[in-house]
Design a protein around this ligand. Structure first.
Ligand code: NDP
Ligand code: MG
Length: 398
């Protein structure tokens, strides 16, 4: 029987997750699964966007800046060309799109996620910031519009596999693994002088620049805890982190009676992406596998939270609720780029997050709490926190 076509819009097609998603689509097409790539969106990498469009023949594309539109129209004369945040929304809302794969980074990913869910579509979410900032609104939309949400993250993919066939009452706790990043064993004093190059040197995964720095500070892991909380309704006290430098155990679930299930696999995001695209089907598309011809050590180490103050700042914001995480995410985006631009030192990222959270408590905590914060308010807090984070000054010796 002929397989139904899955009609997809892919936001962030030129990034790490975006390019791997197109690779998986090509692999799945070779084994008879059918896809229609309706839309592709990118930031500024026009050359790669054009190459992708020539291969996948989308009906519409979108670029971040209006300045690039003329060139893309000239090079792709048969394709609709959109731009900016409206371009992302347009692709997400099209009637002929069933599945939105959202792989842009940062707060820019939230409005498309909300728009697709409001139309009852399925969203494959790499953009974890959507759930970090707008988790409550996303829950409301899923409950009222019946769309679907699956996370493209190795940890949540692992939890999804482990939780198959179990209800919320079966779960004792969720345990996310973390590689620990490049500074796992570093003396805390020495972190004051690490360079962007040191921090971009992730020991096990090759990813975009922001998420790589977020892995070094453990902000990324804290965001994943928030995402797990929203996806599975498990409170923060029952979500733990364990350090696993080899990154082949992607996460674990402990059940009420004490048994633990883990999901293992190679360090390759294409496995979660493939399972998202054809869930719940499984096929062999030639992706790498874990082989047991060498001994594999199960190396799980305690997570010393006191070594990662940025993690604690994010979890403190998560416990505040409301728009606190919108503020923290925005501040983190600014602080990561200030660090990459050598304006501030590595420990200033964590110090800056704590400072912005303190200001949020002083200025924004009184926001209305009778319902989930609406998008315009979240975007307003996002702008406010960016300004705060840009203005922060730090003692040069910290
Ligand atoms: P990258 O930086 O590699 O890619 C980001 C993509 O978004 C690029 O295609 C970029 O375009 C595009 N983009 C950036 N800004 C805009 C904008 N304003 N409008 C449209 N497109 C834009 O990031 P990653 O792929 O690593 O990460 C993407 C998301 O996935 C993040 O939320 C991250 O946390 C999450 N994630 C990533 C994992 C990974 O292994 N990489 C694992 C799990 C989650 P351009 O190329 O032109 O700049
Ligand atoms: Mg992850």
């Amino acid at each position: 029987m002929e397989q139904p076509k899955r009609r997809i819009a892919l936001l962030g097609s030129t990034g790490s997750i975006g390019t791997q998603t197109l690779d998986v689509i090509e692999r799945l097409e070779k084994v008879g699964r059918r896809f229609d790539v309706i839309g592709l969106a990118t930031g500024s990498n026009v050359d790669l966007l054009v190459e992708q469009a020539e291969r996948h023949r989308p009906r519409a594309v979108s670029v971040a800046s209006e300045d690039a539109v003329g060139e893309v129209r000239r090079r792709l004369p048969d394709v609709e060309v959109h731009h900016g945040p409206e371009g992302l929304l347009y692709l997400s809302e099209r009637d002929d799109v069933d599945v939105l794969v959202n792989a842009v980074y940062g707060a820019a990913g939230l409005p498309p996620t909300l728009a697709a869910l409001a139309l009852g579509k399925t969203v494959g979410l790499a953009n974890k910031e959507s759930l970090v900032i707008g988790g409550d609104s996303i829950q409301d939309l899923l409950a009222s519009h019946g769309g679907g949400l699956l996370s493209i993250d190795s940890e949540h993919h692992a939890l999804h596999q482990c939780l198959h066939g179990h209800g919320p009452d079966d779960i004792e706790r969720l345990i996310l693994t973390a590689s620990g990043g490049p500074f796992l064993h570093a003396d805390p004093e020495s972190l004051a002088s690490v360079t962007p190059e040191d921090a971009l040197e992730h020991p096990t995964w090759a990813m975009g620049r922001r998420i790589t720095i977020d892995s070094a500070t453990m902000v990324n892991k804290a965001f994943e805890v928030v995402v797990a909380h929203h996806l599975y309704g498990v409170e923060y006290d029952r979500i733990d982190v364990v350090i696993h430098p080899d990154s082949y155990v992607h996460s674990l679930v402990e059940f009420k009676e004490g048994s633990i299930k883990a999901e293992l696999g190679p360090r390759d995001m294409r496995i979660p992406i493939q399972n998202l695209l054809i869930d719940p089907e499984r096929v062999d598309t030639g992706l790498p596998r874990l082989r047991f011809d060498e001994p594999l050590q199960l190396n799980l180490l305690p997570f010393e939270e006191s070594r990662f103050p940025a993690y604690s700042a994010v979890l403190a914001a998560a416990r505040e609720g409301g728009s606190a995480l919108a503020a923290i995410n925005a501040a983190d985006e600014v602080l990561v780029y200030r660090f990459l631009d050598r304006e501030i030192w590595f420990p200033h990222i964590a110090a800056g997050l704590a400072a912005v959270l303190a200001r949020w408590r002083a200025e924004k905590k009184g926001e209305p709490r009778d319902r989930s914060p609406e998008l315009p308010w979240l975007l307003e807090v996002d702008r406010w926190a960016r300004d705060e984070a840009r203005r922060l000054t730090f003692e040069s010796d910290s």
